[in-house]
Design a protein around this ligand. Structure first.
Ligand SMILES: Cc1cc2nc3c(=O)[nH]c(=O)nc-3n(C[C@H](O)[C@H](O)[C@H](O)COP(=O)(O)O)c2cc1C
Length: 162
């Protein structure tokens, strides 16, 4: 079984945490269930273990730019399971601070994406991916910037109004 979509359950959340390098330090039960991995396979492993080839590099570049600037980010992500299936999520990623305001890692909560939003996102990601194949991330960044300026929205406004 591979490349089948697994639907995200209603009213549930996937939670995971990473260290500063993006290595997994925590995953809740739904994370294990949806990804198909056992806890011992995930702990200490880079979070890109779930990376799906349909995801544009630009989205993860944005994610890291945001969290490394101490900002939260919301994004739609297609993830690959251990068996090669996939599931779409709407994710919120944020830095975790210690008592002195120092960033000690990152924290992510994911829920079921809205279907209407996904159709826009799938079309966008496919054009970003095409741009990356031809001109690298600089080309997909340019394409995203053009689309956002046509809409008159920032990335955050775009995501929140999908
Ligand atoms: C808290 C946190 C959660 C993440 N969750 C995912 C995820 O669910 N799927 C994913 O592909 N990447 C996730 N990433 C991003 C990965 O660290 C990585 O940047 C991405 O998979 C791209 O991998 P690559 O740079 O090796 O191509 C997450 C990063 C952080 C900090």
């Amino acid at each position: 079984m591979a490349n089948n979509e697994i639907n995200f359950p209603d009213k549930k959340f996937i939670v995971s945490k990473t260290n500063l390098k993006g290595r997994i330090t925590y995953g809740n039960a739904l994370f294990l269930e949806m990804s198909g991995y056992e806890e011992k396979e995930l702990m200490g492993t880079p979070h890109n273990i779930l990376r799906h080839p349909d995801m544009p590099k630009l989205v993860f570049q944005l994610l890291w730019e945001y969290v490394q600037s101490n900002k939260e980010i919301f994004a739609y992500v297609k993830n690959k399971t251990k068996s090669g299936d996939y599931y779409w999520v709407y994710t919120h990623v944020t830095p975790s601070f210690d008592g002195n305001g120092k960033v000690v890692g990152y924290h992510s909560v994911r829920r079921k994406p809205k279907l209407e939003a996904l159709s826009t996102i799938k079309a966008l990601y496919s054009s970003l991916l095409d741009a990356e194949r031809n001109g690298g991330v600089a080309a997909s960044q340019k394409l995203l910037d053009t689309k956002l300026s046509q809409l008159g929205k920032t990335y955050d406004e775009f995501i929140f109004t999908l």
